[in-house]
Design a binder for this molecule. Sequence first.
Ligand SMILES: Cc1cc2nc3c(=O)[nH]c(=O)nc-3n(C[C@H](O)[C@H](O)[C@H](O)COP(=O)(O)OP(=O)(O)OC[C@H]3O[C@@H](n4cnc5c(N)ncnc54)[C@H](O)[C@@H]3O)c2cc1C
Length: 304
Amino acid sequence: MISKSFEPLRQLVGEKLRLNEPLRRYTVARLGGPADALVVVDTLEMLEQVVRLAWSYGWPLRILGGGANILIGDKGFRGLVVINDAKNVDYLEDGRVIAESGAGMIAIARGSMEKGLAGFEWAINVPGTVGGGAVSNAGAHGSDVAHQLVGIEIAFKDQTIEHWPLEKLNYRYRESALKRSPDPYVVLKVELQLQPGHDPAILEGRADAFIAQRKRTQPPGASLGSMFKNPPGDYAGRLIEAAGLKGTRRGGVVISPMHGNFFINVERGTAADYLALIRLAQEHVQTKFGITLELEIELVGEFA
Ligand SMILES: Cc1cc2nc3c(=O)[nH]c(=O)nc-3n(C[C@H](O)[C@H](O)[C@H](O)COP(=O)(O)OP(=O)(O)OC[C@H]3O[C@@H](n4cnc5c(N)ncnc54)[C@H](O)[C@@H]3O)c2cc1C
């Protein structure tokens, strides 16, 4: 039944089409049930073609980069998941970096430093792709994508390809105009402006300091990074700690005793375990402090 409905996709991508494919392999947290269909694309042309095919047939679609900011339900995803592995990056002498959207944030941070381009060292420990980072305005160590981004190339469902300059993206803390776009889209390319002519050793020293700082302040182990956005003027981790929830465990997942905004998959945790802790933290923080914790991660697919 399912395989029949994806026949046009098989004609386009052949053996690359996987049916009933477990999604845990494609997410940083190693969680999630199966997708009805999944394709890994490694060129922008194929990314656009596959996405347009899905739009034309009306298949439910989810484009994933590194799967570093999503929690996929244990029952998986009904529809097509496209894993974006188009990852070429051009580093230009004038400091511009033109990256395909599937390029890794960490890879771009490393590549830029090697070429003496300054400004993207903060991304040295931010997993996922630059496409995902451009949608959510990923950031760390006092910077974020909005600080270096010049513009992005996006394909929309109505056949257009648009270039959106920085101003149009209306970036805020982990937010962009694109993230809330009602029109289906896929980010194809991202252009950054970095500063050329720096000593790679100095840039690498800066990145090493960021890595060391993270090791000191954030717990090791399989996690989804920060679960909640920091509410204005406060920190989600502080609130969860003040609610007495550090160390709380549900199934195989525990709220880190080191940092309340990190939920660690310690022993074959499930998406349901994560969801139980998410709800618990939201309820306790709401009741004790009257503050609504908003998820930083996205919930995707079917949970029960
Ligand atoms: C250990 C850990 C540490 C982290 N630290 C940080 C941090 O310091 N700062 C921070 O900001 N984040 C952090 N994160 C979260 C994550 O790294 C970022 O959100 C990252 O930008 C996600 O990119 P991704 O490619 O993995 O996106 P995914 O998780 O694959 O997707 C996220 C969203 O973007 C959409 N999307 C992805 N690619 C495209 C595309 N090409 N076109 C259209 N939509 C797309 C997806 O559909 C989904 O809605 C951390 C995560 C982990 C696990």
